[in-house]
Design a protein around this ligand. Sequence first.
Ligand SMILES: *Cc1c(COP(=O)(O)O)cnc(C)c1O
Length: 423
Amino acid sequence: MRRIETKCVQNGYTPKNGEPRVVPIYQSTTFKYDSCDYMGKLFDLEADGYFYTRLANPTVGCVEEKISSLEGGVGALMTSSGQAATLLAVTNICTAGQHVVCSAAVYGGSLNLLGVTLKKFGIETTFVDPDASLEELQKAIRPETRVVIGETISNPSLEVLDIEKFATLAHNNKIPLIVDNTFATPILCRPIDFGADIVIHSTSKYMDGHAVSLGGVIIDSGNFDWEASGLFDELTTPDESYHGIIYTKKFGKQAYITKARAQLMRDMGAAPSPQNAFLLNLGLETLHLRMRAHSDNALKVATFLANDKRVSWVNYPGLPDSKYKDLVKKYLPNGTSGVVSFGVKGGREAAIKTLDSLRLAAIVTHVADARTCALHPASTTHRQLTDEQLLEGGIGADLIRLSVGIENAADIIEDLDAALGNI
Ligand SMILES: *Cc1c(COP(=O)(O)O)cnc(C)c1O
């Protein structure tokens, strides 16, 4: 069994004699066959192969296989963005009239998707405090609840999920746990090892790592027993849109991920481009090196900020006094990723002054690429909110979100030191 560093570099593509060493970009929407009969078998999911890039493409397939091996899954489906991954992962097992329980500490896009848009489609979500006890969390479950969702390290609030607690909650109720592992990546945490059934990512962040391509991915652990649960008719009874295929009967452990591709990707069409899959693969080849560098640098930067008199507070799960110290030891022993948030004395004005004075770190809405970048939500992404509304959302007017890159940490700290000196 290969170690994870080797999988980052090598898995997913093994060229035969004389073939290209690097996975080629199959920039073709369609594929040619010699007989109608063979193509018919592909359409019936009887044979393996490609017919249309919305459903499968060789370049994309190689990257899916690599990511599945990194997370320890039985299969993966790449999507055009992280949002599309969340959408397909949920709607694959949840339809109108059913219900979702989701940690309140998740990405803003997930909050909107679940709380606003899917609600309009008849899927309701209850958001729960991820730090609540199992007994408290159980109160959110209804007979029609079909999935529990959490985020390993939440963007942007940096809360660490007790994955085993959430897995227990889900499994006690015969439903699966989906974990968004975007910030941790499989280098720092593999949620399937702790009971997650499905893992999702925005690959636009650390996996790509260079801010060049949007993407998302869903990984199926193969561990959830849909038949034993009895709650998932769509997986265990005939799919009329596929000549009555029963996914659990025909695909066993790969039932969930096959349905997501054959039914939802077919119908919703949020497919990735082969070019973007190629770029993502380049990022994945160095993911193991970059995640350690991001984590090491972020800890140094957070430590500098925590000791600076111009800074009023620092939130980084890797700091020794973090309230998540025990969870970090269990789930993130090799580092806590690259995002740090902090507040400056002097509130909104001082935060803006600090950001505008940065020279190395750039002001961008993105996080999680090789270059250090910073954001002041109160004056940009959240500028329509009042100071009171900001505080309610856990985002003070003084909050700066810093995505620490893989430059030399001393240069990042010098830049921050000089900017803070301008307040
Ligand atoms: C960015 C992000 C998403 C959404 O991904 P996109 O690729 O921007 O669509 C989902 N979850 C998390 C945790 C994210 O950080």
